[in-house]
Design a protein around this ligand. Structure first.
Ligand code: SF4
Length: 381
C-alpha cells in the first residue's frame, strides 16, 4: 500500500498505483446499475478498478465470463446487420415508423484512423459529439446511423470513455438507441431476462447521449424514450426483427447511476489511507486487502450479486459467516426488515427487546414462534 493522498486512491484512477483498471463500457455500467446500494461496488466503479483481475488466481475468482459461442454468435449477427450498408435494418426502422431518408448516411466511427488505446477513444468521442450536434441541429449532413459511438462522461471526477455496443438511428432530429443482441425471437417470444438486460444497456446508452447533449447546450429530448432491441428472427441469424421498447424507466435509472458513480465524499474521507490492492500482490494479501476495504466501505450482498459482480464469491462467504439475512435474498430481507443477522433473528424470536426499527419484525417473529410451538404440541403423542 502506498502513502498517496486519499483522493488519488479512491477518486480518479492514478496511473502509478498499479491497481488494475479496466476501460468502462456500457455493459460494465449496466452491471453496476444492479447494485447502486453497495458502497464498495460504487468505489470500484468510480476508480474503474478491475475487480475481475484482482480476484483472478484466487479461490474467489469469478466464473468463466461470457460464453465464447455466444460472443461468436453476436459478432456474426452484427456482420449480417452491417450487410449492404445496414439495408435490412434501415427497412425495418422504416416499417416501425422511423422516417429514414432515401440516401441513408452511416457514420462508421470504428473505421476512423485513430491510435489504439485511450487517444483512439478520445478521437471517436469527439467524432461522436460532432455527429450528435448535427442530429440535434437537424443539419443536412446529419447521420442516419451512428456505428461505434464513444461517449465521454465524468466518472469518479475524471473523464471516462464509453464504447457503445449499440447503434443510434436518427430521423427528423430525433435519435433512437438500438441494441443488437443475438438471442432469438421465436413465435414472438424471447428470454425476458435477456431482454431486460438489453433494455438496461440501451437505457444507459441513451442516458450517456443525453448527458453529452446537455453538456453541449443541446436539447436532451433529442434522444427518444423509445428505443429498439434488434434480435434474430429465429435461431438462424439470417433475418432480423425489431422490438420497440419504452426505455424511460431504464434511462432514469441510468441517469441516477451516473450521479452515483462519483466517489461518495463521506466514504472517501472514512477510507483515507486505504487503497484497492495492487496488481501482482500475492493472492492471500489481495483477498485480505479487499476484505478490509469491504469492512470499511460497506457491502450489501444478495444472491443476484453472483450474476453481476466479480466480488460476489467473497461477499457471499463473508455474508454467510456473519450470518447476514441478505444471503437469502431480497424477499427474506424484506420479511424480516430491520433485522441484520440470523443470530439477532433468533434472539428476537426468543423474546429479546427489539429496537425501534426491529419492532414490526419482532412482533411477527414472536407470533410465528407461538404458532410453531402450538403446532408441535398438537403433533405430539
Ligand atoms: S458482490 Fe459484494 S461488492 Fe459486489 S455488489 Fe454485491 S455486495 Fe457489493
Amino acid at each position: 500500500m502506498s502513502g498517496d493522498a486519499p483522493d488519488a486512491r479512491l477518486g480518479p484512477p492514478a496511473e502509478t498505483d498499479h491497481v488494475p483498471r479496466h476501460s468502462l463500457t456500457v455493459s460494465v455500467l449496466a452491471a453496476a446499475a444492479e447494485h447502486t446500494d453497495c458502497t464498495f461496488s460504487n468505489l470500484a466503479l468510480a476508480g474503474r478498478v478491475d475487480l475481475e483481475k484482482l480476484f483472478g488466481g484466487t479461490r474467489y475468482e469469478p466464473g468463466t465470463g461470457a460464453d465464447p459461442l455466444a460472443i461468436k454468435r453476436g459478432r456474426l449477427f452484427e456482420e449480417i446487420l452491417k450487410k449492404d450498408d445496414y439495408a435490412e435494418l434501415l427497412n425495418l426502422l422504416y416499417e416501425h415508423g422511423v422516417a429514414i431518408e432515401t440516401e441513408a448516411r452511416i457514420a462508421r466511427l470504428r473505421d476512423l484512423p485513430a491510435p489504439a488505446g485511450r487517444s483512439g477513444l478520445e478521437v471517436r468521442a469527439e467524432a461522436t459529439r460532432l455527429e450528435l450536434v448535427k442530429i440535434a441541429r437537424r443539419a443536412w449532413d446529419a447521420p442516419t446511423l451512428i456505428d461505434g459511438a464513444v461517449i465521454r462522461a465524468r466518472i469518479g471526477g475524471a473523464d471516462a470513455y464509453f464504447e457503445a455496443d449499440g447503434l443510434a438511428a436518427a430521423s427528423n432530429g430525433a435519435l433512437h438507441v438500438l441494441e443488437a443482441k443475438s438471442f432469438p425471437l421465436i413465435d414472438g417470444r424471447c428470454d425476458p431476462i435477456k431482454l431486460g438486460a438489453a433494455c438496461a444497456q440501451a437505457g444507459l446508452y441513451a442516458a450517456l447521449v443525453r448527458a453529452q447533449l446537455i453538456e453541449d447546450h443541446l436539447p436532451a429530448e433529442t434522444v427518444s424514450d423509445s428505443g429498439f432491441i434488434v434480435l434474430p428472427k429465429n435461431t438462424r441469424l439470417g433475418r432480423a426483427v425489431l422490438l420497440r421498447q419504452n426505455l424511460s424507466y431504464h434511462i432514469r435509472r441510468a441517469a441516477r447511476l451516473l450521479e452515483l458513480a462519483h466517489p461518495d465524499e463521506a466514504a472517501v474521507k472514512r477510507l483515507a489511507g486505504r487503497s484497492f490492492p495492487a496488481d501482482g500482490t500475492g493472492a492471500a494479501e489481495r483477498i485480505a486487502g479487499l476484505s478490509h476495504l469491504m469492512d470499511e466501505a460497506g457491502t450489501h450482498y444478495r444472491p443476484e450479486c453472483l450474476e453481476h459482480c466479480a466480488a460476489a464469491k467473497l461477499c457471499r462467504e463473508r455474508a454467510y459467516k456473519a450470518g447476514r439475512l441478505g444471503i437469502l435474498g431480497d424477499q427474506a430481507s424484506r420479511e424480516a426488515s430491520g433485522v441484520e443477522s440470523f443470530a439477532r433473528l433468533l434472539e428476537l424470536a426468543a423474546g429479546a427487546d427489539p429496537s425501534e426499527h426491529e419492532r414490526q419484525s419482532a412482533l411477527e417473529l414472536t407470533r410465528a414462534r407461538k404458532l410453531y410451538r402450538r403446532a408441535l404440541k398438537g403433533a405430539g403423542p
